[in-house]
Design a protein around this ligand. Structure first.
Ligand code: MN3
Length: 235
């Protein structure tokens, strides 16, 4: 195998997808976790245009995400969390500082977000679609709930599709950089699909039109990644 077929994700060398390789599922890396790594973006800054513009991607990934990562790493070193996987930290995040919660969330949420987008057309798997129909009534109802969560989250935050401990899918939104893995959120679960609705995610291109940004997100979802997170969560 050629060397360029390998990328480093979360401190582990893994086989990269052959074409425009997206990041390997973060959750799948937990078994071999050896440290918190700033991820490579699996596509070019302009790859998601016209839905997300290149300048937004460049700033969002290079400045915002990087800033969360750097601040998290400094705090994680002080708190002796450099070898603790993020889901473990989040499971007892109430014990840690606001710095760990906000920057750890910022680090991890963006990692999930980049990974669950793709410039390539992607179709939802029949298994995940069937589960969505079972838990939401219809695929359209899931889209409506997720879009509403994203559009109505007041101020900065995220919209999520997650699976709970009873293996039931649910939609939620969280403020700031909180996520469904945290022990402080109302509805806990394993996140499968993440959408950043902070203004920095869309303002350059969409200004105040968050609903347009949310509606366009459906064109760039990487359903293969969402499905692999789902399969992993089911165990
Ligand atoms: Mn962001």
């Amino acid at each position: 195998m050629k060397r360029r077929n390998f990328i480093t994700v979360l401190g582990t060398t893994v086989l990269a997808a052959p074409v425009l390789g997206s990041l390997t599922s973060a959750a799948a890396e937990q078994k071999t976790f050896s440290g918190h790594v700033f991820p490579e973006l699996g596509y070019a800054f302009n790859a998601l245009e016209p839905y997300i513009d290149a300048r937004t991607m460049e700033l969002h990934y290079g400045k915002h995400h990087r800033g969360y990562y750097d601040k998290f790493m400094a705090a994680a070193e002080s708190a002796n969390l450099l070898k603790t996987p993020m889901p473990e930290i989040f499971a007892q995040v109430s014990k840690y500082s606001e710095t760990i919660r906000n920057n750890g969330g910022g680090y991890y949420n963006h990692l999930l977000f980049w990974e669950n987008m793709t410039p390539q057309k992607s179709e939802i798997s029949s298994a995940l679609k069937a589960a969505i129909v079972k838990d939401f009534g219809s695929y359209e109802e899931f889209v409506r709930q997720f879009s509403t969560a994203a559009k109505t989250q007041f101020g900065s935050g995220w919209a999520w599709l997650s699976v709970d401990r009873n293996k039931k899918l649910f939609v939620s939104s969280t403020p700031n950089q909180d996520n469904p893995l945290m022990d402080i959120v109302a509805q806990r679960g394993v996140p499968l699909l993440a959408l950043d609705v902070w203004e920095h995610a869309y303002y350059l291109h969409y200004q105040n039109r968050r609903p347009d940004y949310v509606d366009n997100f459906w064109n760039i979802i990487n359903w293969q990644v969402v499905d692999s997170r789902y399969q992993k969560a089911l165990g």
